[in-house]
Structures are given as structure tokens and as C-alpha cells.
Design a protein around this ligand. Structure first.
Ligand code: GRF
Length: 202
């Protein structure tokens, strides 16, 4: 399957996806063919270039509306023949129309065990709630933020002295396993979205 990855930053999840898909002698079901960032000069772009993957910066500030930006992203993905979209630290909310177009073919990673701690400041919420376990969730994208059917989750402990930075770092170690696994499950057809829930083939 041809995969497009949308990023906004350092791209450590992108790197994990690159390592699991685009390596030589790799018999996995997908290949990353395009990386799009809404920010120029981010490390994720460098990671993609180093791996020989086509990159594109689409600066959201150059568009009059969310819908126009999304339409340009959609156009580039389709031009590259992308079949599955992975949101790997992409910090923009996508419009309803875009989400509907890619429904069942778009995965997002969120740094908490959903449905707990939705939103952009998940680690702050986890620490404030003093829970003892957190983790990450890879899910299909729905119009409602952080709400789609869950493909993979992985947990980590939360320690009393954790800061946002120390917790984020621990969560990222499991994100880097969970995202490649989820992508493989979807790209291989083992997990498909049917009427809002996952149909697990065998
Ligand atoms: C990850 O923690 C992801 O869950 C969140 O943003 C972070 C992106 O990190 N949405 P990176 O750019 O993949 O290093």
C-alpha cells in the first residue's frame, strides 16, 4: 500500500514508520511515498529526505481557510497515489470533508490511552489526574477529535515525579512500536473499518 505521512515536527514517529516500511528486504505491506509537513525546516522533513522519500511543505498560513489548505493536501496525496494516510504528530485539525474522504484509510497517533485524555495537552492532563498508567493509541480518524476506532494501544507506567517531558519520552518509546504495528494491520487488510468499528479478519 502507498502511504502518505503528515507531520509538523521532529518526526520520531515518522522515523519509526520509515524504519518498518521502507527498509531493504522488507516484506511488509506498505511503502511511504510522500511526507507532507505544514511547517518548513522541521526535522521530520530531513528524516524523509535522508530516506529518499518525496517531501512537500504546505504552509497552512498561505491559505485563506482550513478547507483550502486541506484541499491542497488532498490533491498532493492523490497525485502521489497515496492509499493510506498516517498523521504522525500533525498538529492541524482536518476539516470534515477531508476526514470523510479518507475515512477508513487514515490513522492518527495520540499520546494517551483513549478515550481518556483527549486533546493537545494529553500529558499535562495525565499528570494532573495523577493516574498511574498512560500510553498511546493509534486509531482511525473520525470527524470528532480523538474518537475513531482503536487499532493499537500500548501502555507505560506514570511515575510520581514525572514531568511532561519525561512522560512524553516514555510514551514515545511505545508509540514507535504501536504505529508501525497499526499501519501493518491496516495495510495488510487484517484491520478494516466497517460502520465505525474495526472488522478483524481472523
Ligand atoms: C507524538 O507524541 C504524537 O503522539 C503527538 O505528537 C508527537 C509527535 O512526535 N501527536 P514526533 O514528531 O513523531 O516525534
Amino acid at each position: 500500500r502507498r502511504v502518505g505521512v503528515l507531520i509538523s515536527g521532529s518526526g520520531t514517529n515518522l522515523q519509526a514508520l520509515i524504519d518498518s516500511t521502507n527498509g531493504v528486504n522488507n516484506n511488509c505491506s506498505s511503502e511511504i511515498v510522500l511526507v507532507i509537513s505544514n511547517k518548513a525546516g522541521v526535522q521530520g522533513i530531513e528524516r524523509a529526505q535522508k530516506a529518499g522519500i518525496q517531501t512537500q511543505v504546505i504552509n497552512h498560513k498561505e491559505f485563506g481557510s482550513r478547507e483550502e489548505f486541506d484541499m491542497e493536501v488532498d490533491r498532493c496525496l492523490r497525485k502521489a497515489g497515496v492509499e493510506i494516510v498516517c498523521l504522525a504528530g500533525f498538529m492541524r485539525i482536518l476539516s470534515g470533508e477531508f476526514v470523510r474522504k479518507w475515512r477508513g484509510h487514515m490513522l492518527n497517533i495520540h499520546p494517551s490511552l483513549l478515550p481518556a485524555f483527549k486533546g493537545h495537552n494529553a500529558h499535562e492532563q495525565v499528570i494532573a489526574a495523577r493516574v498511574r498508567i498512560s500510553g498511546c493509541t493509534v486509531h482511525f480518524l473520525e470527524e470528532e477529535v480523538d474518537a475513531g476506532a482503536i487499532v493499537v494501544q500500548e501502555s507505560v507506567p506514570v511515575y510520581p515525579r514525572d514531568t511532561v517531558a519525561s512522560l512524553a519520552e516514555r510514551v514515545k518509546t511505545v508509540e514507535h512500536k504501536a504505529f508501525p504495528l497499526a499501519l501493518e494491520l491496516v495495510a495488510s487488510g487484517q484491520a478494516t473499518l466497517k460502520e465505525g468499528v474495526i472488522d478483524w479478519s481472523q
